[in-house]
Ligand binder design. Structure first.
Ligand code: 5AD
Ligand code: FES
Length: 342
């Protein structure tokens, strides 16, 4: 069905449909350990702006949520965070923000250049800034960015357009293809438990990840935010996200997959459960404590009072609970590396 080097997607999906959650997770965990060992890569997350021009129905920082206190870190603050993170041993930073027009193509390019210089070229930089024109992606790649994260959110085109104020799934996938063509290490993924999603949607989500051979896949439970149009949507159990994680692991043995903060927010042991179901990445949030409380995509988000550096100690203990070990290295995706040498 799946070995480290060959995957039969039809057989994997047939197995997924009938397997118990325990069995599915055990198989994904065994595969993950055979490919990635017991390593869990650390990524320092910087949520640099919660200004957003988009109005996604599921998202707590959507443009129409007037209750959000908006903030934007300065480029100097962002650079300082990466320098501190570099001194603490981190070797990957994820710069994530809402779709904030202040961060123009040129401003981001300058920021990338400064971070690369100040961290002696020793860190990988992952951007997560939403859909941008192909030429912007080219500029940023040339300025030294390494990876891009942009979840497709759901593979159901109608649901996608409805939830993302008319922006089509097709456009999202086109932007992901642009990134791939330009040589980025590409990450995507989806939420689990959106209203209107079915078991078939989740299977198609996983197969889309397989077809696009994403280097990184982030999966998290959807958590309804009270100040959004989806406030009344039911909370689905974490188990659905764990099953989806295991399914994607079986389809993409080489991918880097985070144990997401949303999983840890829905269930105290959510990240441990994700790591035991095939996830091999953790993302300590190094955004300053005075603003991180304003980056609430969903309610009850964890780690708001802790600095990212306190979280690293906590994560160290949590990884050991599932017999894994955190690793500070850059942790490039092996699937991207093999693609580059073709
Ligand atoms: N619940 C869980 N995850 C969410 N995201 C946005 N809103 C929510 C929510 N209410 C996820 C999306 C986005 C990522 C940054 O956070 O998948 O891509
Ligand atoms: Fe942040 Fe535990 S990981 S407090």
């Amino acid at each position: 069905m799946t070995t480290a080097t060959s995957v039969d997607p039809k057989a994997v999906v047939a197995y997924y449909r009938t397997a118990s959650t325990g069995e599915l997770i055990q198989r994904a965990d065994a595969l993950c350990r055979s490919v990635h060992g017991d390593k869990v890569w650390l990524r320092g997350l910087v949520e640099f702006s919660n200004f957003c021009g988009m109005d996604c129905q599921y998202c707590g920082i959507r443009h129409s949520n007037s209750k959000v206190e908006r903030y934007r870190l300065t480029p100097e603050q962002i650079i300082d965070l990466t320098v501190q993170g570099h001194e603490a041993g981190l070797r990957t930073f994820v710069l994530q923000g809402g779709e904030d027009p202040w961060f123009t193509a040129d401003r981001v390019a300058q920021l990338l250049d400064s971070i690369k210089t100040r961290t002696k070229g020793e860190v990988a930089i992952t951007l997560s800034l939403g859909i941008r024109p192909r030429e912007t992606f080219r500029l940023w790649k040339n300025a030294g960015a390494d990876r891009y994260l942009m979840r497709f959110e759901t593979s159901d085109p109608d649901l996608h357009a409805r939830l993302r104020c008319g922006v089509s799934l097709e456009r999202r996938l086109e932007a992901l293809d642009d990134l791939r063509d330009l040589g980025w290490e590409v990450g995507s993924g989806f939420m689990v438990g959106l209203p209107g999603e079915t078991e078939e949607t989740r299977i198609r989500n996983a197969l889309l990840c397989y077809e696009k051979h994403f280097d990184m896949v982030g999966i998290g439970p959807f958590i309804p935010h009270p100040e959004t149009p989806l406030a009344q949507a039911p909370q689905q159990p974490l188990e659905l996200a764990l099953r989806a994680t295991a399914l994607v692991r079986l389809l993409l043995p080489l991918a880097n997959m985070p144990a997401t903060t949303a999983a840890g927010s829905l269930d105290k042991q959510g990240r441990e459960k994700m790591m035991a179901a095939g996830a091999n990445v953790l993302m300590p949030n190094i955004t300053p404590e005075d603003v991180k409380k304003n980056y609430l995509l969903y309610p009850n988000k964890i780690c708001l009072d802790e600095s990212g550096f306190e979280c690293i100690n906590c994560l160290d203990i949590r990884t050991h609970l599932v017999q894994k070990t955190i690793d500070y290295a850059r942790g490039d995706s092996p699937s991207w590396r093999s693609g580059q040498s073709e």
